[in-house]
Ligand binder design. Structure first.
Ligand code: GLY
Length: 256
């Protein structure tokens, strides 16, 4: 898929009040804002036009905008994040999407789905059941995707240490998937060529294919080397402050 647009939201001044389990200490806000700018520049270099929503201090996790929606050429689905503090992030994203899509479908309570639990693989969607995405939400999403002529499979990661499905895997096209050792080896992955991420670089398993480049968190040379050996055009992106808040590269944008 050739991406042309991305929706982003920079971190707010109270970003440090967001949810985290990393134990890595509070993020440096100025540095987080600079890293976010650099991330947007990389997306622009990949050919994407950026739409930036204003920072929203009511929702300190709001920069992780991927959790709020799924975008496709022929439709958008507004999600319902599983953390109660994040549900309110969706309204302003929906408003922005309504100017770009004729219809925006929705996940309804008590269903919950975080976008970080949804991985598109050439028009097929893997939906992770996690501490954030519940069975009702996953089933609603599968139905809505079906309405948009997309297939899906539900993958249970609840027994793992992964926050989201895409904390543990990323699809890089050509049937290749980057997979951390934390990702349960479920039958749904058996048809893909798996590129295992070294255990000490597990954070980097959340990487993103954007047109002809793969964005990989900076500071993970083993995974970068594995990908370069496979002739991927690897672009390192500094993520130090987002990592402290349990956020990965894919979480920072909604791409279309
Ligand atoms: N801080 C990102 C999340 O927990 O959703």
């Amino acid at each position: 898929m050739q991406y042309t647009r991305a929706l982003v939201r920079p971190p707010s001044s109270n970003f440090a009040e967001g949810l985290t389990s990393s134990g890595e200490g509070p993020p440096d806000i100025a540095r987080a804002i600079e890293e976010h700018r650099a991330y947007c520049r990389v997306l622009e270099e990949c050919g994407l036009e950026i739409t930036e929503l204003p920072a929203d201090p009511r929702h300190p996790d709001g920069c992780f905008i991927e959790d709020t929606a799924i975008l496709m050429e022929h439709g958008a689905i507004a999600l319902r994040p599983g953390a109660p503090s994040r549900v309110g992030e969706v309204a302003s994203v929906m408003q922005a999407l309504r100017s770009q899509f004729q219809e925006v479908a929705q996940i309804f309570a008590p269903g919950t789905v975080d976008g970080g639990d949804v991985c598109e693989v050439d028009g097929h969607f893997l939906i992770g059941l996690s501490s954030r995405t519940n069975e009702l939400g996953a089933r609603q999403l599968a139905r809505l995707l079906g309405d948009l002529q997309c297939t899906s499979s539900i993958v249970d990661i609840r027994g793992s240490r992964l926050l989201h499905l895409k904390t543990g895997l990323s699809y890089l096209g050509n049937s290749c998937m980057v997979v951390s050792e934390d990702m349960p080896r479920v039958p749904e992955l058996s048809q893909y060529e798996l590129i295992p991420v070294p255990a000490e670089e597990r954070y980097a398993a959340n990487c993103v294919l954007v047109n002809d480049r793969v964005l990989v968190a900076a500071g993970y040379p083993m995974l970068a080397g594995l990908l370069k050996a496979r002739r991927y055009n690897v672009v390192p992106v500094e993520m130090s402050e987002f990592r402290k808040m349990d956020g990965g590269l894919s979480c920072l944008s909604l791409r279309l």
